[in-house]
Design a binder for this molecule. Structure first.
Ligand code: ADP
Length: 181
């Protein structure tokens, strides 16, 4: 079922984010921005060295990227024009600010995209792989943050997509989107 917030379509698909043809895909990166495992590794492998070269320049300028913040690079060989790199929280049980940091990661990625007048953006499920954030809580934060952003900030988004790698994750997002949007 397709859901709208204002004029923006909220979409959710099971798939591989590196194939998404959108203005930007979001990378669940780590603070060093040097690539890694999971979705980060997949994006760098598919996008080629151009993305890593830009990440290295960013790190040389700003130092490590704090959790909850976001930066943007070109999309290299990807179908997406840009990659927005953000860092989610590592899950330590939930009382070290993890929900707020995860919320910021989505919100700041959207804010950076709207600064670049992007009309479509695709998110993976940030922090729910190697970083261990429980999916049932993370999807609530993710969808809530996107919804808050669309209601409160100036933007150009026509579509926001959640790309879920597994069927289990897809079903969690579907449940939450149908319930709260
Ligand atoms: P984190 O370190 O933020 O937990 P991971 O990459 O380990 O990041 O996992 C985040 C989510 O991305 C997980 O749900 C994982 O299954 C998913 N994922 C891994 N590869 C891809 C991909 N190619 N496209 C979309 N999602 C992916």
């Amino acid at each position: 079922m397709l859901k709208m917030v204002g004029n923006t379509l909220i979409n959710y698909i099971q798939g591989d984010i590196t194939s998404e043809k959108v203005d930007a895909i979001v990378n669940a990166a780590n603070s060093g921005l040097m690539g890694g495992g999971g979705v980060d590794g997949a994006i760098h492998r598919a996008g080629g060295h151009q993305i890593l070269d830009e990440c290295k320049k960013i790190i040389a300028n700003i130092g490590r990227l704090p959790a909850g913040e976001a930066v943007i690079t070109g999309g290299g060989n990807l179908p997406a024009k840009f990659v927005i790199h953000t860092v989610g929280p590592v899950w330590h049980g939930g009382d070290r600010g993890e929900p707020q940091i995860l919320k910021n990661a989505y919100f700041n990625s959207l804010k950076l995209g709207s600064k670049h007048e992007l009309e479509s953006i695709a998110f993976p499920s940030i922090s729910t792989g190697i970083y261990g954030y429980p999916i049932e809580n993370a999807c609530l934060v993710a969808v809530g943050s996107v919804s808050d952003f669309l209601k409160s900030e100036k933007h150009y988004y026509k579509e926001i997509r959640f790309i879920l790698f597994s069927e289990k994750d897809y079903l969690y997002y579907k449940g939450i989107i149908e319930k709260i949007i």
